[in-house]
Design a protein. Sequence first.
Length: 312
Amino acid sequence: MLVLVAPGQGAQTPGFLTPWLDLPGAAERVAAWSDAIGLDLAHYGTKADAEEIRDTAVAQPLLVAAGILSATALGDIRPGAVAGHSVGEITAAALSGVLDDTAALTLVRKRGLAMAEAAAITATGMSALLGGDPEVSVAHLEKLGLTPANVNGAGQIVAAGTLEQLAALNEDKPEGVRKIVPLKVAGAFHTHHMAPAVDKLAEAARELTPADPAVPYVSNKDGQTVATGDEVVSRLVGQVANPVRWDLCMETFKAMGVTALLEVCPGGTLTGLAKRALPGVKTLALKTPDDLDAARELIAAATESAADAAGA
């Protein structure tokens, strides 16, 4: 079985959208999305520097646009499940048919603006902890006043809080943690610092008319599949100020019998986690259109394997 996954903020790099705009119809689609949300996605995805695309209000719609664009380039596929990490859940909502492309881009634009505004209230950030025991690390973070905002599995937890709290963490690492890596984000996402954004996102969500997922949608909240579009949108709203449990999503993939994991553009982060947490599962990250042929081969092999299992 194939699972299609979408990365979250921090995966963006300068110019990463450039090769995708050469695909037939891609530039026109991106231009239409840009007009719809009032943001020049092509400019930011091709010419902007790292600092410009670090801006939450820019990075989030850029990531969702790239994810949808790259998935569409694969053709008509039906994965066994979809999931996204943090803002990638909005990409997953589009890929599963819960939201149409324009609705997804409109929602993520409002999300990015609301979260950027919330992040401006207090100087906050996020850092990844590599290695160590999760229970020990979580207890240590809470002692420092930090939130385990992303529990990613595969030996990775992301801490979020004020810059002073993160500085204290650098001086006092949890036992067993090998390294602490500051993330390219502009705030303490998935924590109480984002509470002001929740009300604004809830207001934006009321304008949506979501459909039920056409394929199983695995939620960051608890790793469970969500059956209705209304529940997907409700979780998208609450997710902004609550931790991402990607570790539980990967446990669900394992329980589903996933054999292949394909990460849409800008891929790499989630395939890296899967390689460590899901041994035996084939993984592939879409970084440029040069990866499309290999992705189609992975999809074909997973489809054939699923058909053989069904006929056994």
